[in-house]
Write a protein of this length. Structure first.
Length: 445
């Protein structure tokens, strides 16, 4: 039989008229408490009129003029969450590998993010060619189910003769002279950002400054921003001086000082504190308070719950020489987030969810907001970081991240108000994308 190559871009174009018909019916959401993502306090008893996927009007006692009306008295509406550091497709069960990277697995995971109220994810450097023939663009346009997928393409790392399969497409320059051709290859897939791995991963090889400076220089020539995986404060300082655009992990070895804060603010560096990553490094040495929570368990890949609740697994974590270091790193990350936020440096939600089985997709984004509050942010600030600020980090804030007139109606309806208790973000009643209800949350099958 003749094999046919599926052109997802063509299918997406052909689907646009049908999608428009689905969006044409207007909806009036009445009597909500609106947390709009701008940082403003929640507004009680507000109506939202939605038409053709966008918010047409916000106010009190609006007239629908034939729109379908939904009385949401007692409910809270927030913008859909946006995760500016995630991984999609390589995770399956208790494994992370290239073999898992299939269209079916990618769409399944994007649907999981959507069930948890996450409307967009930026995959940080571990994508594969499969998505760049229209699939990524179709998710961004809302023509495929689940969260919108933005991509950093193939990230830059240090030379490795035997990389793990899920990282075997990374670009690995040995010299600065290798960078321009590699950057040209990456630019061809039109990444949202360039991802670089800079730290030593606990004692391994570290990317040389002359190489990451060449990467930043070549990316900026093409008007592409650069995001750095790092751990150490001095790497953060050197990268900031070199022109890095995004710090994609927490600074965890030492507290940030006034000099670094000043430089990050002046250079408008975006800070993505993946606090949950550090929490997961030691949490299962005991039983964290979420271990039997249905909202958490619904996010797990098959076999992961059995893995993390196995006594031997917990003992291995507790007896590891890295255990005290990981706890200390977590505390430092919390302190640094508060100092960076208070300095007026833009902070955006990112989690590194989906990289490994314990970094579960969907639940982790809500845990991250809880940890932000633990660090000293208010619940309202954590929500703004996870909506408006994350949209700004993705350069999608023209349409997403806040619930304002003219914006896309990507929102989450909650049965509780997270303004005082951030855990209320988990009380998901429904998730809306382009003005259409697409999910009842992760606990409804």
């Amino acid at each position: 039989m003749r094999k046919w190559k599926i052109n997802w871009a063509l299918i997406a174009c052909l689907s646009i008229p049908l999608l428009g018909l689905a969006q044409s019916k207007a909806v009036l959401l009445k009597n909500v408490t609106l947390i709009d993502g701008t940082g403003s306090a929640g507004k009680p008893n507000v109506d939202l009129l939605i038409s053709d996927g966008r918010i047409v009007s916000i106010g009190k006692r609006l007239k629908g003029n034939g729109a379908q009306e939904k009385d949401l008295s007692g409910k809270t509406v927030i913008p859909a969450l946006i995760c500016a550091h995630a991984h999609v497709g390589t995770l399956k069960g208790t494994t992370s590998s290239a073999e898992n990277y299939t269209r079916e697995n990618i769409l399944r995971q994007l649907k999981k993010y959507q069930d948890y109220g996450v409307s967009s994810v930026l995959v940080m450097g571990t994508d594969r060619p499969l998505i760049f023939d229209g699939m990524r663009d179709s998710t961004v346009a809302g023509l495929l189910p689940g969260a919108r997928l933005f991509s950093a393409g193939y990230g830059f790392n240090t030379p490795d003769p035997n990389p793990g399969s899920w990282m075997n497409l990374l670009l690995r320059p040995a010299t600065p002279e290798d960078v321009p051709a590699m950057m040209e290859k990456l630019a061809a897939v039109k990444p949202s950002v360039v991802k670089i791995w800079v730290d030593d991963h606990g004692g391994g090889q570290k990317m040389k400054p002359e190489i990451y400076k060449a990467i930043i220089r070549e990316a900026h020539k093409r008007n592409i921003r650069v995001a750095a995986h790092l751990f150490y404060v001095e790497d953060a300082r050197a990268l900031t001086e070199a022109g890095i655009d995004i710090i994609a992990h927490s600074i965890r070895d030492k507290e940030v000082d006034a000099d670094l804060l000043s430089k990050m603010k002046a250079k408008k560096v975006v800070y993505i504190p993946t606090l949950s990553l550090d929490e997961y490094q030691f949490a299962y040495a005991s039983s964290p308070d979420w271990i039997n929570d249905a909202f958490f368990k619904a996010s797990l890949e098959p076999g992961v719950f059995e893995m993390i609740t196995n006594k031997a697994y917990g003992e291995k974590i507790k007896n590891s020489p890295d255990y005290p270091k990981n706890i200390a790193a977590n505390k430092t990350a919390l302190i640094n987030l508060k100092k960076i936020f208070d300095a007026g440096i833009p902070v955006a939600l990112g989690t590194d969810s989906g990289a490994f089985p314990v970094r579960t997709q969907g639940f982790t984004e809500h845990l991250e907001m809880e940890l932000m509050v633990q660090a000293g942010l208010t619940p309202l600030q954590a929500i703004t970081v996870s909506t408006r600020n994350a949209a700004r980090a993705l350069k999608t804030d023209g349409d997403y991240g806040t619930l304002e007139k003219g914006k896309k109606a990507d929102l989450v309806i909650l049965s509780a108000n997270p303004e005082k208790d951030i855990k209320a973000s988990r009380a998901i009643e429904s998730v809306w994308k382009d003005g259409i209800e697409v999910s009842k949350g992760p606990l409804i099958k």
